[in-house]
Design a binder for this molecule. Structure first.
Ligand SMILES: *[C@@H]1O[C@H](CO)[C@@H](O)[C@H](O)[C@H]1NC(C)=O
Ligand SMILES: *[C@@H]1O[C@H](CO)[C@@H](O)[C@H](O)[C@H]1NC(C)=O
Ligand SMILES: *[C@@H]1O[C@H](CO)[C@@H](O)[C@H](O)[C@H]1NC(C)=O
Ligand SMILES: *[C@@H]1O[C@H](CO)[C@@H](O)[C@H](O)[C@H]1NC(C)=O
Ligand SMILES: *[C@@H]1O[C@H](CO)[C@@H](O)[C@H](O)[C@H]1NC(C)=O
Ligand SMILES: *[C@@H]1O[C@H](CO)[C@@H](O)[C@H](O)[C@H]1NC(C)=O
Ligand SMILES: *[C@@H]1O[C@H](CO)[C@@H](O)[C@H](O)[C@H]1NC(C)=O
Ligand SMILES: *[C@@H]1O[C@H](CO)[C@@H](O)[C@H](O)[C@H]1NC(C)=O
Ligand SMILES: *[C@@H]1O[C@H](CO)[C@@H](O)[C@H](O)[C@H]1NC(C)=O
Ligand SMILES: *[C@@H]1O[C@H](CO)[C@@H](O)[C@H](O)[C@H]1NC(C)=O
Ligand SMILES: *[C@@H]1O[C@H](CO)[C@@H](O)[C@H](O)[C@H]1NC(C)=O
Length: 384
């Protein structure tokens, strides 16, 4: 167990305990395992809940029929709102694979579509994923580059799995979706549980959701772009050694509410893992909002050279007045880089900030302000 893990055990058991007593029995059985882990706020997922209501009715009748999902409705009803002539044929630069768990097109799982992508393809492969929650662990190996996951909206399409650091023998293996292939893009889709590990270079996420508790988004390594994403968690929920720009994202803490007057910290937005001064990694948050529950830090110095900046970001009073934490290692105060620039809201008050926090000058903020921070001009394509 790493020092990071050990120091978090108590916090996480408090949080998981609280969520499991409140929520599990109110929702259909297929959500139970996710809710037990405190993974997302169900009201955000009307489509998922109705899908699960159907699924639980289906399960009750299971002994009377043999079927695969064509049972209650005729196949034509299930697939009737499906785009005709879809997917279109390949072009010279793009091929489209279609995933639908009712069997309305070629693939019923995301992984089977990923497996069908050629190794080291120079074409872009768009994996179009219909509405629904796909319960599977998905792995995109290094050999599969240029893949796009196109969902139908972050509240409509999700990939979920229920591994924990314990069940998977380490946080690094517990992700529902693991991406090592370069040039990965995701649009309008959610990732749930210890949601995702992004270890490939040049990845972009547009309108995506990341739902977890502790350790939601493993921004592991490489240059990554997150635009208009919703990111939920409690402890260190964006962690790793990526070089990433978070642009217009909504960051929501689900740490337990802390009664006024109690000096408890029960979460942190980031745990950036820059380990030496030679690395050019760091997380930049621009034009984001931070809200939710608990009392949390903006970041903890998981490694000594941890680097994170928040720019033009609105923060509610869930941010503790000192703002940041050096992992209780004052030696790290000399090497970490934590900066804030033109942030707003009660959580952005600088008067009680830890001494090592930098109020960035215009010149200091400049390199972090836009996609040039991640060399976006070399690889980042516009949304459509
Ligand atoms: C639904 O029914 C059609 C035709 O009867 C069949 O080809 C298809 O495989 C079925 N799909 C599933 C998911 O069972
Ligand atoms: C649905 O089933 C009917 C026959 O029951 C078949 O003619 C039709 O092709 C099927 N459609 C799909 C999309 O499988
Ligand atoms: C696609 O590639 C073929 C063969 O390389 C070429 O003849 C054709 O003009 C290309 N089509 C387009 C639309 O670029
Ligand atoms: C998808 O299915 C169609 C027939 O329904 C088939 O012609 C096509 O080759 C399949 N595509 C893939 C990528 O499997
Ligand atoms: C990709 O390469 C692996 C071995 O590295 C091989 O097992 C697999 O079949 C290949 N996949 C395709 C679609 O060519
Ligand atoms: C595919 O990925 C390679 C690097 O892995 C990149 O050089 C190339 O530009 C990509 N092609 C497309 C169409 O995105
Ligand atoms: C994940 O869910 C499956 C099926 O519901 C269950 O068998 C398994 O124990 C769960 N794993 C964990 C770590 O909760
Ligand atoms: C998809 O994502 C884009 C970019 O964030 C957003 O503008 C658009 O509204 C999203 N569409 C849906 C259906 O969620
Ligand atoms: C910032 O906090 C200090 C002390 O907690 C308080 O006196 C001051 O009014 C606050 N500033 C703003 C702008 O809220
Ligand atoms: C991004 O910021 C850099 C300064 O770091 C500036 O030179 C560049 O013009 C900006 N690019 C855009 C597209 O605004
Ligand atoms: C952030 O917002 C400002 C003001 O609205 C805008 O000028 C800037 O381009 C935005 N930056 C990014 C990276 O979207």
């Amino acid at each position: 167990m790493s020092p990071k893990r050990a120091s978090l055990t108590l916090l996480s058991s408090i949080i998981v305990g609280l969520l499991s007593t409140q929520l599990i029995f109110q929702y259909p059985p297929c959500l139970k395992c996710l809710l037990e882990l405190g993974l997302f706020t169900p009201s955000f997922f009307p489509d998922v809940i109705s899908c699960c209501t159907q699924k639980s009715q289906h399960n009750q009748h299971h002994h009377h029929h043999h079927h695969h999902g064509n049972d209650s409705k005729s196949n034509s009803t299930i697939c009737s709102d499906f785009p005709p002539d879809f997917p279109p044929p390949d072009t010279n630069t793009t091929s489209i694979l279609c995933v639908d768990h009712n069997g309305c097109c070629n693939f019923t799982t995301v992984q089977s579509a990923v497996d069908a992508v050629g190794n080291f393809s120079q074409k872009r492969t768009i994996i179009w994923i219909n509405k629904g929650i796909y319960y599977e662990k998905v792995n995109i190996p290094r050999t599969k580059s240029n893949i796009t996951f196109q969902g139908q909206g972050l509240y409509s399409t999700a990939i979920a799995w229920n591994d924990t650091a314990n069940s998977a023998h380490g946080t690094f293996y517990s992700a529902s979706v693991t991406i090592f292939g370069a040039n990965f893009i995701a649009k309008n889709i959610s990732f749930m549980a210890v949601a995702i590990r992004v270890g490939g270079d040049q990845s972009a996420f547009w309108g995506c959701g990341f739902f977890g508790a502790q350790d939601t988004l493993h921004d592991d390594r490489g240059r990554h772009y997150f635009k208009e994403c919703y990111i939920q968690g409690s402890i260190d929920f964006i962690f790793g050694d990526g070089r990433s720009l978070y642009d217009n994202c909504e960051i929501i803490s689900i740490a337990s509410p802390v009664p006024a007057g109690l000096k408890v910290i029960n979460g942190a937005v980031t745990a950036h893992a820059r380990a030496s001064g030679d690395e050019n990694t760091g997380f930049s948050f621009v034009n984001c909002t931070i809200g939710g529950t608990g009392r949390i830090w903006l970041g903890r110095a998981w490694r000594p050279y941890s680097r994170v900046v928040f720019i033009n970001t609105f923060m509610t009073d869930i941010i503790s007045p000192e703002g940041w934490n050096d992992f209780n290692d004052p030696a790290r105060d000399q090497t970490l880089f934590y900066g804030e620039y033109k942030c707003r809201g009660p959580g952005a008050n600088q008067s009680m900030r830890a001494a090592y926090v930098q109020k960035l000058s215009d010149a200091q903020a400049l390199p972090f302000l836009n996609a040039s921070y991640i060399d976006g001009d070399q690889w980042l394509q516009p949304f459509s």
